[in-house]
Design a protein around this ligand. Structure first.
Ligand SMILES: [Mg+2]
Length: 286
């Protein structure tokens, strides 16, 4: 049967921490202004560092909430981490007490304004161009929560050095809504227990499932022909793994230990330490 490879992009092919650095710096400067401090105020920066250290020390206790459900660890993503940091800063200075105002400001205005500072300056992980150029001629798609055109633009920025990546610019499915959990959909078990995590991983990611199912149908392939590579187990990998796919977790220093341990112990899952391993993991010897 034909193998279908599906890749996450941000944080998987890119270095999310390096790419998100202008977002973090710009967002913190805006918080300084909001509480009447000069940009780069050391007390604000210290609060940010302290919150990030708390999240890193106990990733299982700090989920990212979406529609009131815990859908991913907050610590692995510099954009997700900024929300608890902003709340701590505003609490410390007793600024903007309204939850509604904070929601609009933190997740809306400040997020969009500062995310814009990261566009047009992708930071790739080592061997991203090499790996993508080696899989682009095979059945490979990129499925991402991000905007299709932003990600296609990042792929095409590799084309000068790696001309073979070009076909992948046309094979990006964005807005995959991997955060969305649909309890009414019964296409997979509701939950996956993970040792070391005291809440279950929620599997019913209906929108993401339907994108993968459509790609499999188009390629005449089944779930056991699918290989998914991503950087956040809960978002990218748990649902396809439960349906029979093989999965690769691209790990970083922020990967929770319970995710790493589960992946290492599972016969259809493995840790990807170097992106250059991806072509052979998906398609065997090329
Ligand atoms: Mg990712």
């Amino acid at each position: 049967m034909p193998t279908l490879l599906v890749l996450d992009f941000d944080g998987t092919m890119t270095d999310a921490e390096a790419e998100g650095a202008p977002f973090r710096a710009g967002y913190l400067d805006d918080l300084c202004m909001l509480v009447g401090r000069p940009a780069g105020d050391p007390e604000i920066l210290a609060i940010a560092d302290a919150v990030e250290a708390e999240l890193a020390a106990a990733p299982a206790a700090h989920p990212f909430l979406w529609m009131g459900r815990a859908v991913a660890p907050a610590t692995v993503d510099p954009y997700l981490r900024m929300v608890p940091i902003a709340h701590r800063v505003l609490d410390r200075f007793e600024a903007i007490p309204s939850a509604l105002d904070r929601g609009r400001l933190l997740g809306g205005v400040l997020y969009k304004y500062n995310y814009g500072k990261t566009l047009g300056r992708p930071v790739f992980r080592a061997n991203a161009g090499l790996a993508l150029s080696q899989v682009a001629a095979r059945a490979t798609w990129i499925v991402t929560n991000s905007d299709t055109h932003h990600v296609a633009g990042k792929v095409m920025s590799l084309a000068a050095a790696y001309p073979n990546v070009q076909p992948l610019g046309e094979r990006v499915r964005g807005m995959a809504r991997k955060f969305d959990v649909d309890d009414r959909w019964e296409g997979v078990a509701a939950e996956l227990p993970l040792p070391g995590l005291d809440r279950p991983v929620l599997l019913r990611r209906h929108a993401y499932h339907d994108i993968l199912a459509a790609l499999l149908r188009d390629h005449g392939a089944t779930w056991s022909d699918l290989v998914v590579v991503g950087d956040i187990f809960e978002l990218d990998l748990a649902m396809p793994l439960a349906l029979g796919a093989r999965v690769g977790l691209v790990a970083s220093t922020r990967t929770p230990a319970y995710e790493r341990a589960f992946v290492e112990a599972h016969p259809r899952a493995r840790i990807i330490d170097d992106l250059a391993e991806i072509p052979a993991f998906a398609f065997g010897a090329l």
